[in-house]
Design a protein around this ligand. Structure first.
Ligand code: M6R
Length: 607
């Protein structure tokens, strides 16, 4: 959701910025732009659509002289995704140029106030209002840090901004509140960006800005201050341990495909140091000082929410912890009954999802303890939680989340084993079987993924004319059905609903006809006879069925998809990539933009 990069250094800034924006493309965007200082003022080049359009425009210009500049990919909030609304924006006098990720909630009042004072606006954006407000602050204070502090203390909402002043063309100022911003520290060059991949080829040294902080960078210096009163802040410099390779396609056609195929490694990495095979024990040092919660509330969005629902079944069954799972955007506006005895488990791949973060903050205010389950080291969720369990999935670039969910399921399984063991509620045979099964899972998956892809491709072609799908599952397979439906709709734009199989007869069954296929999750387990009856109900109405099931299943459906099914819950780790690959193959066959589906952003940092 909007990508920001600012650079001060010794290299030509514009090509470096464009390259950085390409590495932020995964965030989702619909227009882009860059700005840098020339002798007579800022050069601002913007275009609607993809970065290729911007590059075409830049092709005709000499842009190699600037060694500082800012660049932006915009995911439209205020105003259509046109060139006029694209960032960067300058203030009315052209002294300041800004890029912004987030939403200024009180922009309409501020805009009316400034318009009454004679300021004219050229776009529909809240960002143009903000840059004019900072310019007003500069008129009053004659100092950039003071101007920023003055203006930002007047705005409500969320922002990560980077801006330049034409009087200091070799410096960039930046600030954040509720939107991600990180500084990269190089040798004779410094960066600010929404995410680390933007500058990873140049440095692995990073400083994470906190909410309410602003910074100034030049090629040879950096400093951080409180927005509130400009007091300097001491910051820790972190070293990132993953490399550019991890954020590249590595020969795969799409990031999504690469990330699906990385799942065996993801499981291994998530288990590393946490699973003691010889003692059949799980170690989670991150939470060893925490009591088993009397009640656990899982808060998350999208795929992470589905992972949370899946985890609920295990945590209740193995660890006997009462669990509720909440969609973060609902949780944050409820009249919550929470207190210090409650534990909130916030699940987020990016660690920057605005609704999940808001949920954390509200729960904290009520005294609840927070465990963050997230992938991105140093992210806001990680920093604001009392304890963090990192899922160790590595950078996930494709907008459709795949390997992150696999890592979340692995971590949730470990958590259920850990608390189950600690409470003594876990049958030792079951525990030993799960631990052994977990350790064998990566190998099994590695062997199976190519065949899963082949079958997914064949089925996608066969069903490519369907305009709607019903995904059905029971128990642990119900959240997986929801996830299968989400994957299909987000990348292939085919409508799909994930339903609890037993609930089908309470409504969706009315939709069944020969053109409305059902995708069933039907492992041969305790619930198999129930799912089988549900599928007979579908068949009685001439509905076509694809059914993911075990090798031993005798299912008379149109397309049984027989896969190895290790003992539940490990079977989910085979079903999950099958669902992901079906959506992937469908989207690719239909010619959709798999890694950057329309209207979607990788990390949803606004409400
Ligand atoms: O980074 P998060 O896990 O907090 O993101 C939550 C959702 O925005 C995310 O899972 C979204 O639903 C994905 N596009 C799903 O593929």
């Amino acid at each position: 959701m909007c990508g920001i990069i600012g650079y001060c250094g010794h290299r030509p800034a514009v090509p470096l910025i464009i390259e950085g924006l390409k590495r932020l493309e995964y965030r989702g965007y619909d227009s882009a732009g860059v700005a840098f200082a020339r002798k007579d003022g800022f050069e601002v080049i913007r275009s609607a659509g993809k970065l290729g359009n911007l590059e075409e425009k830049l092709g005709g210009l000499y842009v190699y002289e600037a060694s500082a500049g800012v660049g932006h990919t915009r995911w439209a909030t205020h105003g259509a995704p046109t060139e006029q609304n694209a960032h960067p924006h300058t203030d009315a006098t052209g002294r300041l140029v800004i890029i912004h990720n987030g939403i200024i909630e009180n922009y309409a009042e501020l805009k009316a106030e400034m318009a009454a004072q004679g300021v004219t606006f050229r776009s529909e954006t809240d960002t143009e209002v903000l840059v004019n407000l900072i310019a007003k602050g500069l008129d009053e204070t004659k100092d950039m840090l003071q101007a920023l502090s003055w203006a930002l203390n007047r705005v409500e909402g969320a922002y990560a901004i980077a801006l330049q002043n034409i009087d200091e063309p070799d410096a960039i100022y930046a600030a954040r509140k509720s939107s991600p911003l990180v500084m990269g520290l190089g040798v004779g060059e410094n960066f600010v960006a929404s995410d680390i991949p933007a500058f990873l080829p140049y440095t692995r040294k990073v400083v994470f800005l906190e909410d309410g902080e602003m910074c100034k960078i030049t090629a040879s210096s950096w400093s951080v201050f409180q927005v509130r009163d400009i007091t300097p802040v001491d910051k820790e410099v972190h070293t990132i341990d993953w490399d550019v390779q991890a954020a590249q396609k590595g020969g795969y056609k799409h990031f999504m495909l690469k990330e699906i195929f990385e799942q065996p490694k993801v499981i291994r990495d998530c288990l590393a140091g946490r699973l003691d095979l010889s003692a059949s024990r799980v170690c989670l040092p991150e939470i060893e000082n925490m009591e088993i919660p009397e009640r656990l509330i899982i808060v998350a969005c999208g795929t992470s929410y589905h992972a949370g629902l899946w985890g609920m079944y295990l945590l209740e069954s193995w660890a006997k912890v009462p669990v509720s799972v909440e969609i973060a955007s609902e949780f944050r506006y409820r009249d919550l009954i929470l207190d210090e005895k409650d534990v909130v488990l916030a699940i987020s791949q990016s660690g920057e999802t605005a609704d999940t973060l808001a949920g954390i903050r509200i729960a904290k205010e009520r005294g609840a303890k927070i465990i963050g389950l997230c992938n991105v080291v140093g992210s806001s969720v990680a920093r604001e939680s009392d304890a963090v369990i990192y899922t160790q999935a590595g950078p996930e670039i494709s907008v459709a989340s795949t390997k992150a969910m696999c890592s979340q399921l692995t971590a949730l399984l470990l958590l259920a084993l850990y608390w189950g063991e600690k409470r003594g509620s876990l049958d030792s045979k079951l525990r030993d079987g799960a631990v052994r099964g977990l350790s064998e899972l990566p190998g099994l998956l590695e062997a199976e993924l190519p065949a899963l892809r082949g079958k997914a491709s064949q089925l996608a072609r066969k069903y490519s004319e369907a305009r709607s799908f019903l995904y059905l599952g029971r128990g642990l397979n119900y959240p997986l059905a929801m996830e299968g439906a989400l994957k299909l709709k987000e990348i292939s734009y085919i409508h799909a609903e994930g339903y609890a199989a037993g609930e089908m007869k309470h409504g969706p069954i009315a939709l069944i006809d020969p053109n409305f296929p059902t995708f069933a999750l039907a492992p041969v387990d305790d619930l198999y006879p129930k799912v089988k009856s549900n599928l007979e109900e579908v068949q009685a109405r001439a509905g076509k069925i694809i059914a993911l099931t075990g090798p031993e299943a005798e299912l008379a459906v149109d397309d049984p998809w027989r896969v190895p099914t290790p003992q539940s819950p490990l079977c989910s780790f085979v079903f999950l990539p099958a669902l992901q690959l079906f959506a992937y193959e469908m989207a690719d066959y239909l010619g959709k933009d798999v890694d950057q589906p329309r209207n979607l952003a990788k990390s949803v940092t606004v409400e």
